[in-house]
Design a protein around this ligand. Structure first.
Ligand code: WTA
Length: 651
């Protein structure tokens, strides 16, 4: 941003006073209810992580060095050997838990499958052998492009079992996005399906895969799972039905010990500019990080809990908190194939009731959608099984947090707002539900073993107010680089504040030392020299009882540098005037943050993982042609807003 700034730091406008300590009833059964993990970790974080690695993961060979840190590269548990699939499956079966349910799978049309740990182990061994039969070897890359079906989990674990790295591409991405990712990773095999269910219809995947593979010279074989039942063309010699391969696959594939730093997977993140980055994650450190965080952040009691994360396996949340964390911990979980409003807006709550879900993990975008649909939907169901509820993916506005707490958690369940990234591998900043007094909208504190600080523009540490979120020392699940692009790795994360990992997010600290995430710093607005975070203005808007969701951007303005433009979605049946809302913002956080204009809209433009795309709204507000829209979930939303912006300019 080029404008002169009076105060280079991000302003601190929002003041949230409500506090929620863990209840005595929750603490009585919690895995941790005291601060000892923090105390131990702050003395020696490496030793702390070594303890977690010993307690939560089974190793074939112990490591000789906990951590080697040659900035920006870290290695963890060097010399150690383990197999991730063994940790997620075999060890539970060996412990006598083979008949335990690993996955209650619910298809969108209502068909169900109940899968035990023993079944998963058999299936993964056979598919590992099938992949070997197609020539896949340790070190190869395998692409996965599947709907939310159990075979996605099987495919990932089979890769892990034989040491091939998977690269999962979200099933909603186009053939071009798939081709780009396959070519960057130089994958040998693609695993896809005929199609999957979404909003009551079959969406075809195989035709997309065919189109992609026509421009991916490295792909030798395509494996096709039958799910949608839609007609597909199979290419002789290249394409194989999953069920045909499985019918003849050998049943035993011994889990080969892998080095701790063996590449486990690549996962591409698009970011706002440039080509997608292939984020690299390895074996021992990653598994330790996700197993430990899944256990403590959700207070997991694997004997009794039923866990459900609503993410797609195509995102990091699906990798870490559907596949690797929960299975490594031997949890029982729900996986749901489809959308939350099929056949009706209460589908998720009917699933919670049906499977007696006790831990529920979703995204703010979903929570704000539930607010829009109204409290009647959850009220149709018995949600008394819930114990802990979590949030991830965007800052959660205090009012959305309160709605979640009251209407889903029924005032009883601790809310864990978890901050992390594809790059961090696992959760970094979050409450521990039996320990932390939460404040609505704050991710609270770094977890034991994690170092996070807020710094100003010059990199000086600040202890109060707004700035830039940085991570101060390596952690086991951290990315090991960007596939094929070490220079970009260095520049993106390590150049702004030397010696620190810069996450790209703004954050502030309050008087009690609580961390509040302020959104991507690229989105920060500059109004008359004040740097204002979009998150705080959006939260002020969402705190109005009529508002479900808001997106705020800074548009060029001759007088103030940038002017605040807001796009607002109302709660079902509610209405409010533009002026009332502007005054509400002024009252909540100050006149400086009053939007210059507010547009009401039934929907906001979002990425396919549900994050608001403010960059596009900025283009709309400034009357520019839209840049890259390929990551947009529903392009018609912006076209509609553009039309309305053009009309209002003519007025
Ligand atoms: C944002 C998702 C505020 C943040 C796991 C981060 C959050 C980006 C939170 C990473 C949260 C994620 N509060 N912001 N609890 N969780 N974010 O790679 O901007 O899809 O940098 O990983 O999401 O998104 P990613």
């Amino acid at each position: 941003m080029s404008e002169a700034t009076d105060s280079p730091n991000i302003s601190d406008l929002l003041w949230e006073q409500r506090k929620f300590p863990p209840s005595a009833a929750f603490q009585a059964n919690a895995l941790v209810s005291e601060t000892h993990l923090y105390d131990i970790a702050s003395e020696d974080y490496e030793a702390f992580w070594a303890t977690q690695a010993t307690e939560t993961v089974t190793w074939n060979k112990p490591w000789n060095t906990i951590c080697e840190w040659k900035s920006p590269y870290s290695k963890w548990f060097i010399g150690g050997e383990l197999n991730v699939a063994y940790n997620c499956l075999d060890r539970h079966v060996e412990a006598g838990n083979g008949s335990k349910v690993a996955i209650h799978w619910e298809g969108e049309p209502g068909d169900t499958r109940t899968l035990t740990y023993a079944w998963l182990l058999d299936e993964v061994q056979k598919f590992s052998n099938a992949l070997k039969g197609l020539g896949v070897q340790k070190g190869d890359r395998v692409n996965i492009y599947l709907p939310m079906i159990p075979e996605a989990v099987v495919a990932m674990l089979a890769c892990a079992r034989i040491g091939a790295a998977h690269s999962v591409v979200f099933g909603g991405f186009s053939s071009q996005a798939l081709a780009d990712r396959i070519n960057d990773a130089e994958a040998k095999v693609l695993i896809t399906a005929d199609g999957g269910y979404r909003r009551g219809e079959v969406f075809p995947l195989k035709p997309q895969a065919d189109e992609a593979v026509s421009s991916t010279p490295t792909i030798e074989h395509v494996v096709v799972v039958k799910r949608g039942g839609n007609a597909v063309t199979m290419h002789e010699g290249r394409d194989h039905w999953y069920h045909d391969l499985m019918a003849v696959a050998e049943p035993v594939c011994v889990a080969e010990p892998m080095s701790s730093e063996q590449l486990l997977f690549l996962l591409y993140t698009s970011g706002t500019t440039g080509k997608p980055k292939g984020i690299m994650h390895t074996t021992g450190g990653y598994l330790t990080h996700v197993t430990y965080t899944h256990k403590y952040v959700f207070d997991l009691h694997p004997e009794t809990d039923v866990y459900w994360c609503t993410a797609d396996v195509g995102w990091i949340t699906g990798h870490s908190y559907i596949v690797y964390g929960p299975l490594s911990n031997g949890a029982t979980q729900v996986i749901y194939e489809g959308v939350p409003n099929y056949p009706e807006n209460d589908r998720l709550w009917s699933i919670v009731e049906k499977y007696k879900v006790s831990i529920f993990y979703t995204a703010p975008t979903a929570i704000r959608t539930f607010m829009k649909w109204g409290v009647e939907e959850p009220q149709k169901h018995d949600l008394s099984s819930l114990r802990v509820i979590g949030s991830v993916g965007e800052p959660i506005n205090p009012e959305a947090w309160m709605w979640y707490h009251e209407n889903i958690g029924q005032g009883r369940c601790p809310v864990v707002d978890t901050w992390w990234q594809t790059e961090t591998g696992g959760i970094m900043i979050s409450p521990l539900p039996g320990v932390t007094t939460t404040k609505p909208g704050s991710a609270t504190f770094p977890l034991p073993g994690i170092g996070a600080e807020v710094v100003d523009e010059k990199g000086n540490v600040i202890t109060r107010g707004g700035g830039y979120l940085t991570l101060t020392h390596p952690w086991p699940g951290m990315l090991r680089g960007i596939w094929g692009d070490p220079k970009r790795f260095q520049e993106t994360y390590w150049s702004k504040f030397p010696g620190r990992y810069f996450a790209g997010d703004g954050a502030k600290l309050d008087d009690d030392g609580y961390l509040w995430l302020l959104g991507r710093v690229d989105d920060v607005m500059n109004v008359s020299g004040h740097r204002i975070s979009t998150t705080e203005v959006e939260s002020a808007l969402v705190s109005h009882p009529s508002v479900a969701e808001a997106a705020v951007v800074g548009a060029n303005d001759a007088t103030t540098g940038q002017a605040i433009i807001a796009y607002v979605t109302l709660r079902g049946g509610a209405s409010v005037s533009e002026n009332d809302l502007r005054n509400h913002v002024a009252k909540e956080i100050g006149a400086i943050a009053k939007p210059k204009a507010i547009f009401f809209t039934p929907d906001l433009p979002k990425t396919r993982s549900g994050k608001i795309m403010r960059r596009l709204l900025r283009d709309v507000a400034e009357g520019r042609n839209l840049g890259d829209t390929t990551t947009l979930a529903d392009a018609s939303v912006v076209t509609e807003l553009q039309k309305r912006a053009a009309e209002s300019n003519e007025d």
